[in-house]
Every structure is written in C-alpha cells, then in structure tokens.
Design a protein around this ligand. Structure first.
Ligand code: ATR
Length: 275
C-alpha cells in the first residue's frame, strides 16, 4: 500500500511541495505520494492526529500553522528556539516537530560555494522566515545584523538569537552602510514579491562584486533585487534553492534517504516557469 505524505496550510493551493516530493518519490521508485490539504488552525490538532492514525509517512506545515504546531508536538531544540515547526515526524508513538527552513537557507548558500563561519550577514526582515534563517546562520558561526522596518522586532529577534551566536538588531535607516559592511545580504521580507515586483530594499548601486545576495522571494523567480545584484556583478542565490533544500531535509527526516536534489529542483522550476 502507498505511504502518504502531506503539507497542511491555509492557503495551501500554491504549495510546490507536492511537485518536488512526488518527483523525488518517482525518481527513487518509492511507493509514496505527497498531497496538499487546506487545514485551519482550529483543525490542526485533529488533522495531525488523523494523519498519524491513517499511517501517513510524515507532514509539512506552512502558513499559518507552523507556530501553533509547537504546542501540539514535541519540538526538537531548533524548532523550539525558532518557535515554529515545518516538519512532523511520526516516530514510534510520538510526534516530533522539526524546523528545516533555516537548514534549507544555509545549504542553499553552501551549494553556491559560500563559506558561512565568520561571514558578516545582513538579514532584512524579522518575521518567521528571518527567525529560522538567523538561528541557523548564527549557530553556524556567522555574525548577523538583523535590519527591519520595525526596529523593535529586529532587536527582539537579535536578543533571542544571541543565545546561539552573534546577532544585533536595527532599523532600515542605515541600510547603505550596513549593506556595504556585509558579505552576505539576505532578503526575508515580502518586498519584491508578486504583484509588487518593482520593489526592492537594496539597489544595485549599493552592491559590490564579491557580495552574495540571497532573496527568499521566488515569485517572481528573478526578483528586482536579484536582477540588480546580477547587474552589479554580485553572486546571487534565489528562493527556490531554499525551498527545495528545506524539502530535502524533511525528506531525509521522514525516510532516512538522501533524495535527488537536482530532480526536485527541476520539477519546481518547471512548474514556476510555466506560470
Ligand atoms: P514571514 O513569516 O514570511 O517572515 P512576516 O512574519 O509577516 O512573514 O514578516 C514579514 C517581514 O517583512 C517583516 O520583517 C516585515 O517588517 P515589519 O516587521 O516592520 O512588519 C517585512 N516587510 C513587509 N513589508 C515590508 C515593506 N514594505 N518594507 C519593509 N519591510 C517589510
């Protein structure tokens, strides 16, 4: 009998997780299928327990369920620190919560040949995505500045992240100087996302060739930030890399198998290319 996997979210119809995981299952010849289900916060507990009862192989969670899940499963230390669960493992009788978003981001940078320890990283934004990325990078030895429109949120996140590494928080007013001083600049805000594709917090004139620009936004694939960075000769990493590599990590947790990253990435890029 097929083993089922799923992502729960609300909304969830645009999730690319089924495409990439089903591509991996097919390539590996595994008798498994991955589906998406619209689940509200109120129904999350029932949905998780229902999936467990029906023998699902594992779950992903997306907006707005990641934070609520923390109280419904046993989070591992990283998910607990980040305050969000994106992967549920059915281990024996238990429900273990993981967060693979930050690992996805770090592995996206590593796959582009970027060295994290001792790097000076500027994170734009202080929301859920920034939390996962900041924790993982700080634990990997990066020196982090979190710059956010609401400086209080940046300061709070930096104070939390300081338990695992070096982080300071600030507003966006000194962005020119902060960008100039950084090796790696990561946009975790929604600025530049469809339909406001002409927006960017950082422009090409602020960048130098040796810098790395990583945009978590992948709709559109080539954001204005990435276009400007390319023109300035900087190294660019797009949001698809992180999306795929967080999925790769979830796949490993559920199955113990290293999935074919290239096949998963191609499947996602094909779908996005057709949109
Ligand atoms: P996510 O969980 O995807 O990170 P979020 O928690 O809503 O989403 O966070 C969105 C981030 O984008 C926040 O850091 C937000 O800044 P505020 O904390 O000041 O709200 C940032 N953001 C959204 N729109 C922005 C804009 N137009 N300019 C600057 N920052 C913006």
């Amino acid at each position: 009998m097929k083993t089922l996997y799923a992502v729960f979210g609300d909304p969830v119809e645009h999730s690319l997780s089924p495409v990439m995981h089903n591509a991996a299952f097919a390539a590996l010849g595994m008798d498994c299928e991955y589906h998406k289900f619209r689940v509200t916060k109120d129904d999350l507990k029932d949905a998780i327990l229902g999936a467990k009862a029906m023998g699902f192989g594992g779950l992903n969670l997306t907006i707005p369920l990641k934070e609520k899940a923390l109280r419904l499963v046993e989070p591992d230390p990283l998910a607990e620190a980040v305050g969000a669960v994106n992967t549920i493992e059915f281990r024996g009788n238990g429900l273990v919560g993981h967060n693979t978003d930050g690992i996805g981001a770090v592995n996206a940078l590593k796959s582009a040949g970027i060295v994290i320890p001792h790097s000076i990283v500027l994170i734009l934004g202080a929301g859920g995505a920034a939390r996962a990325v900041a924790y993982q990078l700080a634990s990997n030895g990066a020196r982090i500045t979190i710059a956010n429109r609401t400086p209080e949120r940046a300061a709070k996140l930096a104070a939390n992240v300081s338990s695992v590494g070096r982080a300071v928080g600030t507003g966006l007013e000194n962005l020119h100087r902060l960008v100039e001083q950084s090796h790696i600049i990561i946009n975790t805000t929604s600025v530049g996302m469809h339909p406001d594709t002409d927006q960017t917090l950082v422009t090409g004139d602020m960048l130098q060739t040796a810098q790395v620009i990583f945009d978590l936004v992948y709709s559109p694939l080539q954001t204005r930030l990435l276009k400007e960075a390319n023109k300035a000769g900087a190294i660019t990493v797009d949001g698809i890399k992180m999306l795929v590599l967080q999925g790769v990590e979830s796949f490993r947790i559920w199955t113990g198998i290293d999935p074919p990253v290239d096949i998963m990435e191609r499947a996602v890029r094909d779908v996005l290319g057709k949109q």
